[in-house]
Write a protein that binds this ligand. Structure first.
Ligand code: BTN
Length: 268
């Protein structure tokens, strides 16, 4: 295992990070970087261990799902990426995103009293507006999983005007919900603590280890949704998630459909 003191070649990175080793966890904190997930990929390729955390105060090219960008202004959000090295089948990886969403929702309630609901697979919403998103990426050699990077973006102290106009009406922040400046350390601490415990259980028991918590935190179970996937549209009622993290939707003909990817929208 590498130690924070024996790092090599971090000068290659665009800005020197503050490095620390807390509780055995390697932590890299950048004032600014293009994307914490890019930094985490570099560190993973250099051999940094599971649990390594990369944080930034701002990102110049924050990435979201489906090739979208993640607006990452200085000091307004939490931009965090984690290296994981699970010894498991890549097919189980969607479960990691859902597990991360559960840990985030619980951390928001624990650290600042905000009740967020999970929209499958990677959104955390309050009053239907996006508070936080997750981007899970993996590196494979053939069928073998090398490592996973879990990237988390949290809107923390944005006011309405801090969001670009095109997402303003669909976005919120912890401060907009509570009216007070949130404590970033306690949110990060609560999230990482929960993640560590949940991840251990996930490796032992798979998605069943958090499926009930996901169900109660998701705003989707029992609701009618449309799912657009591979050019087709399915309408049905959400019943839960399966063992690998697929969304279970009972369609109009009473058939249970497993949704592995697609755009899910609540009807009505
Ligand atoms: C989404 O909802 O589309 C996912 C957003 C994920 C954003 C985070 S911010 C930290 C990490 N670095 C990135 O470039 N993206 C993720």
């Amino acid at each position: 295992m590498l130690c924070a003191s024996d790092e090599q070649n971090l000068e290659e990175m665009d800005t020197s990070p503050i490095k620390s080793c807390r509780g055995g966890r390697h932590l890299f904190h950048f004032r600014e970087t293009d994307s914490t997930s890019n930094r985490a990929h570099e560190l993973a390729r250099k051999g940094y261990p599971e649990g390594t955390v990369v944080l930034a105060d701002s990102q110049t090219m924050g990435r979201g799902q489906l090739g979208r960008s993640w607006h990452s202004p200085q000091g307004k959000g939490i931009y965090l990426s984690l290296i994981l090295r699970p010894d498991t089948n890549p097919a189980r990886m969607p479960g990691i995103t859902l597990m991360t969403a559960v840990c985030l929702a619980e951390a928001f309630t624990d650290a600042c009293g905000v009740i967020a609901s999970i929209k499958w697979p990677n959104d955390l919403l309050v009053r239907g507006r996006k508070l936080s998103g997750i981007l899970t990426e993996m590196a494979l050699t053939g069928d073998i999983l090398d490592y996973v990077i879990v990237g988390v973006g949290i809107n923390l102290s944005h006011g309405e005007d801090d969001f670009p106009e095109e997402i303003r009406s669909r976005s919120t922040s912890i401060m907009m919900e509570t009216g007070t400046l949130p404590d970033r350390e306690s949110i990060v601490g609560s999230f990482l603590g929960r993640f560590e415990r949940a991840y251990r259980e996930f490796l032992e028991k798979g998605s069943d280890s958090f499926a009930e918590r996901w169900k109660s935190l998701s705003g989707m179970v029992g609701k009618t949704v449309t799912v657009e996937s591979a050019g087709a549209v399915i309408e049905g009622t959400v019943s839960g998630i399966d063992e690998i993290g697929a969304l279970l939707v009972r369609d109009r003909d009473g058939r249970d459909r497993r949704i592995l990817s697609g755009q899910v929208s609540l009807v009505g």
